[in-house]
Design a protein around this ligand. Structure first.
Ligand code: UGA
Length: 333
């Protein structure tokens, strides 16, 4: 099988490429603007890397579309601070550029495996979010945070419609707060919460709990996510054909405040950080002050994973403490 992976140097892309080369005999054609996270893959005989922008690489892309079996368009902006600060940039990359890729999948009749997101459920009030039953609930237009959720939701709907109307062969997966090594740069001011907090602690800055940090997330270790993704790609007996899967860890639902405390505990084991205490390290800011007025949050978001269990025979098995320790270690070494 030959895969075309766009955004291969991202968090999910880089872990996926590494896992494929180690565990499968598939071939990868990969594109990204940068190659630092896949540098160890570059010399592999089953890995072809093209450094460039997917919106400006049409000859290379056309060649790869003709020659691949499956396309994974993983290039997207996925950090909430940028949904608020740069919503049009999010629209141009996450929506326009990816819609063009989906249309090429239709044109070349290629299977597409598309990253949807836990964010499509928005502020849904269900106790657990179900792919086939839950409503997608987003806020008013001036709350720009929802542009990402609405873009992804619309792309999900477009892909679904292409599936019915033009026989597009697709699978959608919805990561629920996947985290792990290589998530975001520790110095990125827009980094997602796990990397933001590790960076704060390393620089001996205060950790900011937005709106008090009572909001909850189900954190899912990247290796669990990649295991699910490999099964989706493999598609044994067509199990993932035209399906949507939540890929998350419902057992690891914690508040952001708890997450901060866990990270402080873990970091205390490292030389130089023995005297860290959660009380001195943590401060509270309003969302308006931290992100700006365009931000609105999700109180809790727990995935139903019965579909992934049934069809993919998958379930997460890395607990939060283990995953956070591995993540901290990878960033510190
Ligand atoms: C994420 C991102 O939108 C995407 O990466 C992704 O599609 C999806 O959700 C997912 O991975 O499931 P979110 O969970 O809000 O959204 O991302 P974070 O930036 O990691 O924030 C998590 C929570 O921590 C939010 O409530 C945020 O307000 C809070 N936070 C973040 C803080 O309290 N302090 C900080 O310094 C940063």
């Amino acid at each position: 099988m030959k895969l075309l992976i766009l955004g291969a140097n991202g968090f999910i892309g880089s872990h996926l490429c590494e896992a494929i080369l180690a565990k499968k005999n598939w071939t990868i054609a990969a594109l990204d603007l940068f190659s630092d996270k896949v540098s160890h893959c570059l010399s592999h005989p089953r890995f072809e890397f093209y450094q460039g922008d997917m919106t400006a690489s049409s000859d290379w892309l056309t060649f790869q579309f003709k020659n691949c079996d499956v396309v994974l368009p993983l290039a997207a902006i996925a950090t909430p601070a940028l949904y608020v600060k740069k919503p049009l940039l999010v629209f141009e990359l996450d929506f326009e550029a990816n819609l063009s890729i989906i249309r090429q999948c239709v044109q070349w009749r290629k299977r597409v495996i598309f990253p949807s997101t836990s964010e499509v459920y928005g502020m849904c009030k269900d106790a657990v979010f179900d792919e086939e039953k839950s409503f997608c609930v987003t806020g008013p237009i001036h709350k720009e945070r929802w542009i990402y959720a609405n873009i992804k939701q619309l792309l999900d709907r477009i892909i679904y419609a292409y599936g019915k109307d033009q026989q597009l062969n697709y699978s959608l997966f919805r990561p629920f707060n996947w985290y792990g090594p290589k998530l975001d740069s520790l110095t990125n001011p827009h980094a997602r919460v796990v990397t933001r907090f590790i960076g704060n602690i390393l620089r001996q800055e205060e950790i900011v709990l937005v709106n008090g940090g009572e909001q909850q997330r189900c954190f899912t270790y990247i290796d669990d996510g990649i295991t699910a993704l490999l099964k989706i790609i493999e598609n044994k007996n067509n199990i993932a054909h035209n399906q949507i899967f939540n890929i998350g860890n419902p057992a690891e639902n914690v508040s952001i405040k708890q997450l901060a405390k866990l990270l402080v505990e873990i970091m205390k084991d490292y030389p130089g950080y023995e005297n860290l205490t959660a009380n001195k390290t943590i401060k509270i800011l309003s969302a308006d002050n931290y992100y700006g007025e365009g931000y609105e949050d999700i109180d809790r978001r727990i995935p139903a994973i019965h579909r992934a269990q049934k069809y993919l025979n998958w379930q997460p098995d890395i607990d939060l403490m283990t995953g956070l320790k591995k993540t901290v270690k990878a960033y510190l070494v």
